[in-house]
Ligand binder design. Structure first.
Ligand SMILES: [Ca+2]
Ligand SMILES: [Ca+2]
Length: 213
């Protein structure tokens, strides 16, 4: 009898604790760009990188994705893969930088940072980056927070820096029926003969989820 009572109490506690966390999560946008789908994307361009189709590449450019008719929601989660290609200089001042990358949601800046794609050797100074924090006044080692650092560069013949992949994920309060995700850069490479070859970025696997609490 006592055992049954404990089982019932346990079930009630479990039910109540679950109820507080109950939420619905609906994927409202998903794009791996393999089908050349640029619908609702302003300034979209697709190219092949490392055997996959990516949105990009960009240098002093941007894309803006608009998703309309969102279901009722309290939060949105935006996630994507960000590829930083070739010789980004991080916080370094002119003429090489700073190499700024930004993400805005509905015109509000969520990320304003720099990336340094230099090879970091402990004990030696290498141009720092701001990521995973905002620019300016943040000094992280190159490639801090990266998901992968062993990917090929786009212009390998020019630099050995390769490509660094970052997983970008942001969850934020949002209730409007429309969301606009915009990513842009303010890259500086005044001494480079081929600007886009010197440093560029691209994005893959964009997913947006609408969450109801
Ligand atoms: Ca892809
Ligand atoms: Ca630069």
């Amino acid at each position: 009898m006592k055992k049954h009572f404990l089982v019932i109490i346990g079930f009630l506690v479990f039910s109540i604790s679950c109820k507080r966390d109950v939420k619905t999560e609906v994927t409202v946008y998903s794009n791996d760009f393999e089908s050349n789908n640029l619908q609702n994307i302003t300034n979209g361009t697709i190219e092949q990188y490392n055997n996959t189709a990516v949105l990009g590449r960009y240098n002093n450019g941007y894309f803006a994705l608009t998703v309309n008719d969102l279901p009722k929601h309290d939060l949105l989660t935006v996630s994507f893969d960000l590829y930083i290609h070739d010789t980004w200089d991080g916080n370094k001042p002119a003429p090489d930088g700073p190499d700024i990358w930004q993400m805005t949601i509905d015109e509000n800046t969520f990320i304003n940072t720099t990336f340094s794609n230099q090879t970091f050797t402990p004990g030696y100074f290498t141009n720092p980056q701001s990521y995973p924090f905002n620019y300016p006044n943040n000094y992280s080692n190159p490639k801090t927070g990266a998901y992968r650092t062993d990917l090929p560069g786009v212009c390998g013949a020019i630099g050995p820096n390769g490509t660094t992949e970052y997983k970008i994920t942001k969850t934020f309060a949002h209730t409007n029926r429309t969301v606009i995700l915009k990513c842009l850069d303010k890259l500086v490479q005044t001494n480079a003969p081929d600007q886009k070859c010197d440093e560029s970025w691209s994005v893959d696997n964009i997913t947006i989820k609408a969450i109801t609490l």
